[in-house]
Each structure stands twice: as C-alpha cells, then as structure tokens.
Design a binder for this molecule. Structure first.
Ligand SMILES: NC(=O)c1ccc[n+]([C@@H]2O[C@H](COP(=O)([O-])OP(=O)(O)OC[C@H]3O[C@@H](n4cnc5c(N)ncnc54)[C@H](OP(=O)(O)O)[C@@H]3O)[C@@H](O)[C@H]2O)c1
Length: 263
C-alpha cells in the first residue's frame, strides 16, 4: 500500500513513527520482546537504554542496535530489589542526559502452575518484578515527563490478564494490576502530556517461552491467527504506542494476541 503513497505522504507516515531525539528505557531488554523492542525503537531513532540483569546478553543487544546504525547503552538492575529499581531510574536519567522520554515496562516473569503449588517466594517475586518495579519506575520517571509536558509509557501485559485460565492465577493477576495501573496513570499523568498505554500480547516465541514449545503452539492454536507471535510483532505495537502516531491513544490496552481475546 505504501507504494501508492506520494513521497510526502510516506514522509508524514514515517514522521509520526519517528523517535529521533527521544531517550527510551526498555526493561527486560536482554531477551525476547524487550530485545526486539530495543532494536526497533533504536531503528526509529531513539537512544535506547537496554535494561536487564545479564551484562553479556545486554551488551549483545547493544551491539545489535549499533549494528543497525542506532545508539544504546546497557543498564543492569535486579527488579526484585526496590533500591536497585530506584538506582536504575537515576542511572537512566544520567545516561539520557537528564531525561527519559519513553519508558517500556516490559520485564516480567511468568511462573505458571496450580495455586496450591505456588510458593510464597514466587508470589513475592512475581509481584515485585511485574507490579512493584513498574510502579516505582513510573513514580521515579513520570513526574519529570509531566513537568516537560511530554512522554510515553508502554506497559506489557498478557492476554491472561483478560480472562481466567487454570495455572495463571498469580501471573495473570499481576498483569491485571498492570492494566489497571495503565489506566490510573493515564488519569494521573495524561493531563500533563504523558501518554500511558499497554500492549496485551498472546503467546510469543521468546527465550523465556523456549521450554514451552508444544504448549505454546497449543495455546496459540486457540486464536484466529493460530500461531505464536514473533517478538518483532509485539515490538511493532509497543513502538507505535510510544510514538506520536498514537498521539490520541491514552489509557488503552491494545490486544496483540492473534485475536484470542476477541473471540
Ligand atoms: N512470551 C510470551 O508468550 C508472552 C506473552 C504475553 C506477555 N508476555 C510478557 O512480555 C514480557 C516479556 O516476555 P518475554 O517472553 O520476552 O521474556 P523473557 O524472554 O523471559 O525475558 C525476560 C526479560 O526480563 C528480564 N528480567 C526477568 N527477571 C528480572 C529481574 N528480576 N530483574 C531484572 N530483569 C529481569 C530478563 O533479563 P535478565 O535475564 O537479563 O535478567 C529478560 O530481559 C513479560 O512481561 C511477559 O510477561 C510474554
């Protein structure tokens, strides 16, 4: 279709998606959806702060970004520890020259299984990484965005935040909290120019789901598209919500699940 557009229309289209001059912090960017998002945001012009725990994986994502002509830095932090989350925010501001324009709360853990077999440590870890860390990062970074009058936050949820499925009580509930936080933050920071939205992915082939090979296919088969997503397909939706192309999209949860929650 873009072949039918005039060169100026094409420029306008890419212009709205362009992220040149923005500083983006992507959590959990050493792997899967986060790594694909880091590379795509950098291709669109953002300077990307690649977060994770593994320095070697982080440096390889930074190298991939640079290989595509982009710029990035790696920042390590364990999101289970509140002081480490706050330090991540400070470090990101420093590396961003005093600003973070885009925050992608992507890092997440997803242990699945029966409620009675779930340990207290798992409950604490899932809520620390999936809920408390995004909460603290927004508390640290959104006020400065609001003061500048612009910024975008994209939270990564999951389709199992939208319906009950056996084995997903802990994980799904943590992401349901993230979806409500998305709307509450849209109400809180939206009037001062910060857009807060979420993507709700379906089954996606990542390093994290590598061990679920057939179960992932079976889950994906329930959706109209019928196959797991490639991480790049989720990254495209995140990059859209982070960009000015989504300037009127606020407090939304965008299903990117092959149609699973629609049918
Ligand atoms: N894959 C799917 O099917 C799917 C579906 C729906 C939603 N999602 C959501 O999408 C997001 C990404 O999923 P994914 O499959 O791409 O994940 P993944 O391949 O398992 O990667 C997880 C990322 O989170 C980071 N991380 C995990 N625990 C951390 C901690 N304690 N401190 C700091 N970083 C930590 C990891 O970094 P290090 O290892 O370097 O620490 C890694 O970069 C998650 O929020 C997930 O819930 C995934």
């Amino acid at each position: 279709m873009t072949g039918m557009l005039s060169p100026q229309a094409k420029d306008n289209l890419m212009g709205a998606l362009d992220l040149t001059g923005r500083v983006a912090l992507v959590t959990g960017a050493t792997s899967g959806i986060g790594a694909a998002t880091a590379v795509l945001l950098a291709q669109r012009g953002a300077h990307v702060l690649v977060h994770g725990r593994s320095r070697s994986l982080g440096e390889s994502v930074v190298a991939a970004v640079r290989g595509h002509g982009g710029t990035a830095d790696f920042v390590a932090a364990d999101l289970r520890e509140a002081p480490s989350v706050r330090q991540l925010a400070r470090r990101a501001m420093d590396l961003g020259g005093g600003r973070v324009d885009l925050l992608v709360n992507n890092a997440g853990i997803y242990p699945l299984g029966p409620t009675e077999k779930t340990t207290e440590n798992e409950v604490d870890a899932v809520y620390a990484v999936n809920v408390k860390a995004p909460f603290l990062l927004v508390a640290e970074l959104a006020p400065a965005m609001a003061e500048r009058g612009s910024g975008a936050i994209v939270n990564v949820s999951t389709m199992v935040a939208a319906f009950g499925m056996a084995g997903t009580a802990l994980y799904g509930s943590s992401k349901a909290a993230v979806e409500l936080l998305t709307k509450a933050w849209a109400a809180e920071y939206g009037p001062r120019g910060v857009r807060v939205n979420a993507v709700r992915p379906g089954p996606t082939r990542t390093e994290g789901t590598a061990g679920m090979s057939e179960a992932l296919d079976a889950l994906a088969a329930q959706a109209p598209v019928g196959r797991p997503a490639d991480p790049k397909e989720i990254a495209e939706a995140i990059a859209y919500l982070a960009s000015d192309a989504a300037s009127f999209v606020q407090g939304a949860v965008l299903p990117v699940d092959g149609g699973r929650t629609a049918v």
